[in-house]
Design a protein around this ligand. Structure first.
Ligand SMILES: [Ca+2]
Length: 484
């Protein structure tokens, strides 16, 4: 995540970035995207639980205990639980640890960040959380275990906290925080590079610090002096000056990683700094390049060109398209068979969502298709027990969206008016009434809208309904491409 929290600032950035998914499709990965299908998918988002609103819903997951409940963590430090039913109107507080959690609106990468249930939760009642604490003036990432009450399945025991691991955080940003159990039963933990800018201490490439890495630990055994054990097959167990907890490294700030429940592949979205957001397929011992590489590019004057030991992402997009990736998950649900096997992910700032398909045999992305979103800033993706996927926004009180089929509406074909991928020109004679996305901004009397994925500037005469996604004939539309 990035720090732009104030609504105005988010919108200001959206002025710069909205309506540019065409570029996501065309320009994002010119080097490895020759035959990528980028047509919009007839899939959209819908408020999955209209009766539920949760402030800053930063984690969505399930307990894997066949109870079909959803657990939603608020970044302030509360876990809510409720039946996975669209008619749900009330949630229960599963755990409230706000008193332990450090969070500030202006330092919004802190707080409650991760939640994962033990694979045998149904019998042992153990689950794990990641949160930022302020301990003796120092910011610390805390990974702790809790247990559920023996008499109330919708309530955890606050006093059951058992801290597994503490990692000092030099700065407030880039705390990572995703927790997830792998198919191997081990707990995987994502940690950012420690923060500030450009990884000032070089933590990403430093194996002697846990920062900038994805860890893999065994929470069912404990080694001497630890509350966990190092799996024997961790990649760096016998390397000197390397932390044996590390599974993969070279990350800036993984914001959401998830295992594909069918293939066991670990997918991660890693936030870029200057220009590129990226998606990584995480493998044992892999070095994902930060701060030498940003996406598939040299980072800064001290960066590196392509190198055999630095693993480039399978996909990246430029900051003209979005500013901050929200890694998602591979859809394995039943409601939308056409999505099965697609990796759903989005962007925090633009609110755009895509469904990406990767051909593992050919090692190429074959599809990166936009899904209709309502362009609100996104916080996280998550899955329920059946593999249905959700995505949340902190806007509108904190909404959990599910995915549904929707029609692709007829939209103006800009090409027939001679609008090219570059340049800017006045277009006349557009259809009298046409529909676009709900993006609408009014700056200095100039109406701006996003139509067919392109930014449009209209004259003041344009009448654009406050709520309506319909745009009326304004006589002239200036249609421009991103970044101009
Ligand atoms: Ca990378």
């Amino acid at each position: 995540m990035v720090q732009w929290e104030a609504r105005g600032i988010v919108w200001a950035h959206r002025i710069l970035t909205f309506g540019m998914c065409v570029l996501a499709c065309l320009g994002g990965l010119a080097s490895f995207a020759a035959d990528v299908d980028t047509r919009p998918l007839p899939i959209g988002v819908t408020d999955a639980f209209p009766g539920v609103r949760i402030a800053r819903p930063v984690v969505v997951t399930h307990a894997g205990d066949a109870s079909n409940r959803l657990f939603v963590g608020s970044q302030f430090g509360v876990i809510h639980v409720f039946p996975n039913d669209a008619a749900t109107e009330r949630t229960s507080v599963f755990l409230d640890i706000r008193s332990k959690v450090a969070y500030k609106e202006i330092e919004n990468e802190k707080g409650f960040l991760g939640l994962a249930f033990h694979p045998q939760y149904a019998t042992n009642g153990r689950f794990f959380v990641d949160y930022t604490a302020q301990e003796n003036e120092k910011l610390t990432s805390v990974i702790a275990e809790y247990r559920v009450s023996r008499i109330n399945a919708n309530q955890a025991v606050p006093q059951s906290e058992r801290v597994i691991l503490r990692i000092e955080q030099p700065y407030w940003n880039h705390n990572g925080g995703t927790l997830t159990f792998g198919p191997d039963g081990y707990l995987y933990i994502a940690l950012g590079d420690g923060g500030r800018q450009s990884d000032p201490s070089g933590n990403g490439q430093n194996l002697s610090t846990l920062l900038g890495s994805i860890l893999r630990i065994d929470v069912d055994r404990s080694d001497d002096g630890k509350r966990y054990a190092i799996p024997d097959d961790n990649p760096f167990v016998s390397r000197t000056n390397a932390r044996s907890e590390i599974w993969a490294y070279g990350f800036r700030n993984v914001w959401r990683m998830a295992f594909d429940r069918k293939t066991g592949q670990l997918w991660a979205g890693d936030n870029g700094e200057d220009l590129w957001e990226e998606i990584d397929l995480v493998t044992r011992g892999g070095n994902y390049g930060w701060r030498l590489r940003e996406g598939a590019h040299r980072f800064g004057s001290r960066g590196s060109g392509q190198r055999g030991d630095l693993i480039d992402p399978i996909w990246e997009y430029h900051h003209r398209v979005g500013k901050s990736i929200i890694g998602g998950c591979v859809y394995r649900g039943r409601r939308l068979p056409e999505l099965v096997g697609a990796y759903l992910y989005g962007d925090y700032v633009t609110g755009d969502i895509w469904a990406l398909r990767y051909d593992a045999a050919r090692k190429v992305v074959t599809e990166n298709r936009p899904v209709f979103s309502n362009r609100l800033p996104l916080m996280t993706f998550g899955e329920d027990e059946g593999g249905e996927v959700y995505v949340t926004t902190m806007f509108s009180g904190g909404v959990i969206y599910g995915f549904i089929r929707r029609r692709v509406s007829k939209r103006p074909d800009f090409d027939q008016y001679g609008v090219t991928a570059t340049g800017s020109q006045v277009v006349t004679g557009l259809p009298r009434r046409w529909s676009g996305s709900v993006n609408r901004l009014c700056v200095g009397g100039i109406q701006q809208a996003s139509i067919a994925g392109r930014a449009c500037w209209t004259s003041e005469k344009a009448s654009i309904g406050e709520q309506s996604p319909t745009f009326w004939d304004a006589g002239q539309f200036r249609v421009r491409q991103a970044g101009r």
